[in-house]
Design a protein around this ligand. Sequence first.
Ligand code: NAP
Length: 256
Amino acid sequence: MELRVLGSTGMQVSPLGLGTVKIGRDQQVKYPTGFTIPDDAAVRALFDLAWELGINTLDTAPAYGNSEERLGQLLPHKDDWIIVGKVGEIFENGQSSFDFSAAFTRRSVERSLKRLRRDYLDIVLVHSDGDDMRIIREEAVCDTLQQLKQEGLIRAIGMSTKTVAGGLWCVENMDVVMATYNLAYTDELPVLQRAAQLHKGVLIKKGLQSGHAQSVEEALRYVFAQPAVHSVIVGTINPGHLRANVAITERILAGR
Ligand code: NAP
């Protein structure tokens, strides 16, 4: 797959990225069917296949169980991937909690660096709890990410938003937004359009409606029809699905 420049970040991402929730967490997830977290050999094979198919972009988070550690341990060509990480949400003992303070943000980024075995993080997004504007107005997380970027620990910053207002603020003030956009949910379209005007990076989550899409091809066509979209982060632990998703993406982007 041909890589695309992610907004004004200078980084190049594959149009299809790999989401890694299912590599680290099987509790309190909203997929249509239950699943077993794959073992190390299966995860290694999945990463090898993704790389071979031209995927260079991975999405992870401290809230995805041990996803970060597994990336650090199992990823081939570790420094060549664009890894999208997050701060703010913690998932422990089967429960989510949130901390958007300056001290926690810094500790979280330092912990992600260790877990991912990296000297810097490519992209770090605020993992919103749903109340984007409260986080933006009242919490220190955005300023702290900005400082960490200035210190050279992060290359680009943004927010995985859940509201239009939050998404618009993000594209006005940060480098990258991760927005939800799919056949069944188009509310955040104004965020994509504004991001394109401002040359900001756009990553899409839940493009397949978290597995509830009727047709993967129809779902991906719909998302890629938006020119603002740089990469659609699709979560899969099934190598057959990964191959199919890449083939469909290549067909769509070739105009077929
Ligand atoms: P998604 O990518 O829309 O859907 C993933 C589901 O679709 C999985 O259950 C997967 O099952 C299934 N799937 C994938 N390809 C398929 C195919 N070809 N045929 C049939 N089923 C297929 O939803 P998501 O996982 O909720 O979101 C994607 C990623 O975005 C996540 O992995 C995560 O990295 C990120 N995300 C971020 C946030 C946030 O707040 N920041 C929230 C949600 C998600 P199989 O494993 O069986 O393929």
